[in-house]
Design a protein around this ligand. Structure first.
Ligand code: PLP
Length: 374
């Protein structure tokens, strides 16, 4: 069989930038300064500048970023946070972790992002915040969401874990709401070599609070101003991220080229292709197609060594972990339809045209076989 094509290929990336990453790692190890310190401060400054934001606070993961951002905004017990059920569970877990309740609303059938009209309908006196996810790398409709939030006095917390490099009306995630939360999980568009995350904001008081909370509530070594957490970004991860950040624009451009190429090559194939909102520059964390024969196509691709995936097969309102919220099938029709039909194709900046052609060919074969079988 031909060589396997993974969903993401971090080894291909390391082959290109290995020297830079190794040098960053050696620098940290020879300085033996592993927690916070200058490496973290330098990366925070660089990533804030990249986002066009005033502040970036490095934390231990994307999940920690979401949780600390909610705490810094004072969201807690008894509060409701409106979000999507078509996302990774960490989005909702952070809301639950601070004692608030995630309120799931349905998604837009074209972008798979929060439907602003439904956000507005879900607002109650308990609602404190809206948490849009820029799913697959495409920003949610931040123009409408911000408008609704302003009218109702709600915080807007971006889950930007998949959207490094995206734009909405020329602005980056990080400044599209009150606060934005990034994940640097290895497979994300900007990935560490372990767990890492960041909170980005233009609000000085929010950044200050997250700084305090991530490091046991202290500013000075022995004075703990409040009960905080051990959720710091470590220096090794910061140095690796700092080495990778200058490549992010190029990687995003490569992802856009490959995504457009997929869309051209698959234009005449019986399969639904992803659409980009006119206000958006997509970061293409994932290229997600839809077909009613999803599970069969997935098996067909896997049999050919093609690492397709499903993001996400079971929406959060149907997860056992959230059974207590009382959600059930039929509550979120668009979310449920997308969950049953979505399929993520391999996409990473180093992917070659030949590899992409093989993926396209395999899909064409599958669709053609179906036509003949019918
Ligand atoms: C990856 C991800 C997270 C969580 O990030 P971690 O760094 O793994 O904690 C949160 N939300 C979304 C949408 C993600 O894709």
């Amino acid at each position: 069989m031909a060589q396997a094509i993974p969903l993401v290929d971090l080894q291909a990336q390391y082959r290109v930038i290995g020297d830079e990453v190794d040098a960053a790692i050696r620098r940290v190890i020879s300085a033996t300064s592993f927690i916070l310190g200058p490496e973290v401060a330098t990366f925070e400054k660089a990533f804030a500048a990249y986002c066009g934001a005033e502040h970036c606070v490095g934390v231990s993961s994307g999940t920690a970023a979401l949780e600390l951002a909610l705490r810094a905004l004072g969201v807690g017990a008894g509060d409701e946070v409106i979000t999507t059920a078509h996302t990774f569970i960490a989005t909702a877990e952070a809301i639950s972790a601070v004692g608030a309740v995630p309120v799931f609303v349905d998604i837009d059938p074209v972008t798979f992002n929060l439907d602003p009209g439904l956000v507005e309908q879900a607002i109650t006196p308990q609602t404190r915040a809206v948490m849009p996810v820029h799913l697959y790398g495409q920003p949610a409709n931040m123009t409408r969401i911000n408008q609704i939030a302003r009218e109702h006095g709600l915080w807007v917390i971006e889950d930007a874990a998949q959207a490094h490099g995206a734009l909405w009306n020329g602005q980056r995630p990080g400044v599209l709401g009150d606060v934005a939360c990034f994940s640097f999980y290895p497979g994300k568009n900007l990935g560490a070599y372990g767990d890492a995350g960041a909170v980005v904001t233009n609000r000085a008081e929010v950044a200050e609070k997250v700084r305090l909370l991530r490091n046991h509530g202290r500013r000075d070594k022995y004075v703990h101003e409040e009960i905080g957490f051990g959720e710091r970004l470590d220096a090794l991860q910061a140095a690796i991220l700092g080495a990778k950040l200058p490549h992010l624009e190029g990687w995003t451009a490569a992802r856009n080229r490959l995504a457009e190429r997929y869309s051209q090559l698959l234009a005449d194939v019986e399969i639904d292709l992803p659409q980009v909102a006119p206000e958006a520059r997509h970061a293409w964390h994932l290229y997600v197609v839809r077909t009613p024969r999803r599970d069969e196509l997935l098996r067909h691709l896997h049999a050919q060594g093609i690492g397709a995936g499903v993001h996400y097969p079971l929406p959060l309102h149907l997860q056992p972990a959230y059974a207590a919220l009382g959600g059930g099938p039929g509550d979120l029709p668009v979310t449920e339809a997308v969950a049953e039909t979505c399929l993520s194709l391999p996409l990473y900046p180093e992917m070659t045209d030949e590899q992409q052609d093989r993926v396209v060919q395999a899909i064409e074969e599958f669709v053609t076989d179906l036509v003949y079988a019918a």
